[in-house]
Design a protein around this ligand. Structure first.
Ligand code: XUL
Ligand code: CO
Length: 448
């Protein structure tokens, strides 16, 4: 592949990947295919494609050049070549993006405004560039049947946002961010996006020596209300989502984890309007498991969507790798399905190639491997749900709470005095029961 080659035939593959079955072996003629991802297969009453709702993200796959703090562009995508016309490059990037969606047969994509179109000299110019690409997307979406899972505004890369967007000490920056969000929310609505995402970006701080935390939280609350009001004004039916992350880029992010975001939403009376987009590696960086964040969000009524990636056990930063751990993803999907499935959400691969994976086809392979892994995990989750043993073990463990005493305690029928009197009568001696963790872990393995 010559350096910075042009977009047509960017990938060596021509035919979309097919479902080949679990025993399939790659060949020179068909190097990539799906062993498990069979979009039309019914899983728990829905097509596999509709259960999983996969999305390719624009930023890692088409905007990131492969740079790290020690070195620059390794991928040398043609649309990154210096000296090119930025709008022509954005078009070329879009051609390749929709070609990737076609090859993968992926139903959704996601983008930030700055991923899809160049920033202009003024906000009006930048917004116009985004809108022009929006028109290109509308046509390509119509032709391909690919839909938008969510749009979002990049409120963190430009220097003006170095001290935050909504939480900036300067109201001019707040206003600028609001204008940018309005443009992307309008576009997301026009493209019939299923959701709109707000990731905290630089909404956080490095030191309290220069930060008025209470003020910044109030600013963030105001910003979210503006977004919600605008959503209703334009009639956008999708879900507004906040994506929790504990740190990076700032030391203290205000949207640390699901519990923190939920507390924030309750404090600012937004809990009926905004849900969460949970990212696997953000959960781990917050000191939780992926399942914890999913099940907590469901319990609090704010579960929305998933950014599906993984971290690295030895590295404490956001490595955004494609998922490849079957038991981990199977348990996550088990909990997602057990709690009612994805609704407007989806599984967005907020995942990037390693910077040495420089062949264009690596982009196809990275996504295809992740989709296949998730499809396989979905079949494992289906077994867990259909068998019902995990749910039954849980039901049995809390059996007492469905009995007379448990129900009357929860119904508020007993004071502390009452309960003390009941225990004093000597009829209530608690009997410890095994938590059976090892038995349950072996049960999970039996489904794999
Ligand atoms: C950052 C991150 C973002 C959001 C969208 O860690 O996950 O890419 O998903 O802004
Ligand atoms: Co993300």
């Amino acid at each position: 592949m010559p350096k910075h080659s042009s977009a047509p035939n960017y990938f060596s593959l021509r035919e979309p990947l097919r479902y080949e079955g679990p025993k399939w072996k790659p060949s020179n003629k068909r190097p990539l295919g799906y062993r498990w991802y069979d979009p039309d297969r019914k899983v728990l009453g829905k097509r596999m494609e509709d259960q999983l709702r996969f999305a390719v993200c624009y930023w890692h796959s088409f905007a990131w050049p492969g740079s790290d703090p020690f070195g620059g562009d390794t991928f040398q995508r043609p649309w990154h070549a210096t000296g090119g016309d930025p709008m022509a490059q954005a078009l070329q990037k879009a051609d390749v993006a929709f070609e990737l969606f076609r090859l993968l047969r992926v139903p959704f994509f996601t983008f930030h405004d700055r991923d899809i179109a160049p920033e202009g000299a003024t906000l009006a110019e930048s917004n116009a560039n985004v809108r022009r690409m929006g028109e290109v997307f509308a046509r390509k979406m119509q032709d391909s049947g690919v839909n938008l899972l969510w749009g979002t505004a990049n409120l963190f890369s430009n220097r003006r946002y170095m001290a935050g967007a909504a939480t900036n000490p300067d109201p001019e920056v707040f206003a600028y961010a609001a204008a940018q969000v309005k443009n992307v929310l309008d576009l997301t609505h026009e493209l019939r996006g299923a959701n709109y995402v707000l990731w905290g970006g630089r909404e956080g701080y490095e030191t309290l020596l220069n930060t008025d935390l209470k003020r910044e939280l109030d600013q963030l609350g105001r910003f979210m209300h503006l977004v919600v009001e605008h959503k209703h004004r334009i009639g956008f039916k999708g879900t507004i989502l906040i994506e929790p992350k504990p740190g990076e880029p700032t030391k203290h992010q205000y949207d640390y984890d699901v519990a923190t975001v939920h507390g924030f939403l309750r404090s600012y009376r937004l809990e009926r309007e905004i849900k969460v987009n949970i990212e696997q590696n953000h959960a781990l960086l917050a000191g939780h498991t992926f399942e914890h964040e999913i099940v907590l969000a469901q319990a609090l009524g704010v579960f929305g969507s998933i950014d599906m990636n993984r971290g690295d056990e030895q590295l404490g930063w956001d490595t955004d790798q494609f998922p490849n751990n079957l038991p981990q993803v199977a348990l996550a999907l088990y909990h997602i399905l057990h709690g009612g499935g994805l609704a407007t959400g989806g599984l967005n691969f907020d995942a990037k190639l390693r910077r040495q994976s420089i062949d264009p086809d690596d982009l196809v392979a990275g996504h295809a491997g992740a989709m296949d892994l998730c499809a396989r995990a979905l079949l494992v989750a289906e077994k867990m749900i259909e068998d019902g043993a995990l749910a039954e073990q849980l039901r049995q463990r809390y059996y007492g709470w469905d009995g007379k005493l448990g129900k009357s305690i929860l119904a508020g029928k007993h004071s502390l005095d009452d309960l003390a009197a009941l225990v004093d009568k000597g009829t209530l001696e608690p009997q410890p029961h095994s938590g059976r963790q090892e038995v349950l872990e072996a049960l999970v393995n039996s489904y794999l």
